[in-house]
Ligand binder design. Sequence first.
Ligand SMILES: Cc1cc2nc3c(=O)[nH]c(=O)nc-3n(C[C@H](O)[C@H](O)[C@H](O)COP(=O)(O)O)c2cc1C
Length: 191
Amino acid sequence: MAYFQPVALEHASRLVNHGPTVLVTSASDGRRNVMAAAWSMPVEFTPPRIAVVIDKKTFTRELMMESGTFGICVPGSALMDITYAVGSESGRDVDKYAKYGITPTTGPVLGLPLIETGCAAWLECKLISEPHTEEAYDTCFGEVVAAAADSRVFDRGHWKFDDSNASLHTIHHLGAGNFVRVSGMVAAKRL
Ligand SMILES: Cc1cc2nc3c(=O)[nH]c(=O)nc-3n(C[C@H](O)[C@H](O)[C@H](O)COP(=O)(O)O)c2cc1C
């Protein structure tokens, strides 16, 4: 059964609005990579745009700049160890997909490697060229051109974290390899 379903672009910001640690995927000229990033956020609803801080020393940054594209995958708690691992070594000399047994799917619009197994959602992004913020703050902006989420945990435009889908609960980095995963979802009362 295909659990991943397209997410309407006007809802794409909700996939990262709550600040999950994400996996940034990239590819260029036959090379592919994946790294962890804790610093990402939506910056515009329509067209959907996001910002992510990608250190200029990373292999990811090199591939992003070459291709003008990047993917954002939202790992569930089942991928916590792999998230930490791909955030702790560079892909310059190793194919982290092969090393950690990750089989990516191919993004429908940009052809990026995207991770579905163990992830709750993904977004395909076109890099918006902003040389000043890239150089001065390592902050890269992207326009989301396609998004999808696992319907067991993101349904009709909204997250639904409950006991039935704990392995897909998003993870949030506290530092030094410690994470919390989302739980205890509560709805605000209208006052
Ligand atoms: C949980 C976690 C969060 C991270 N967040 C970021 C981030 O937001 N931005 C960044 O540039 N690096 C971040 N890193 C570090 C990169 O993932 C790390 O430098 C990685 O090895 C780069 O891989 P690459 O050279 O293959 O692109 C994070 C690492 C971990 C473990």
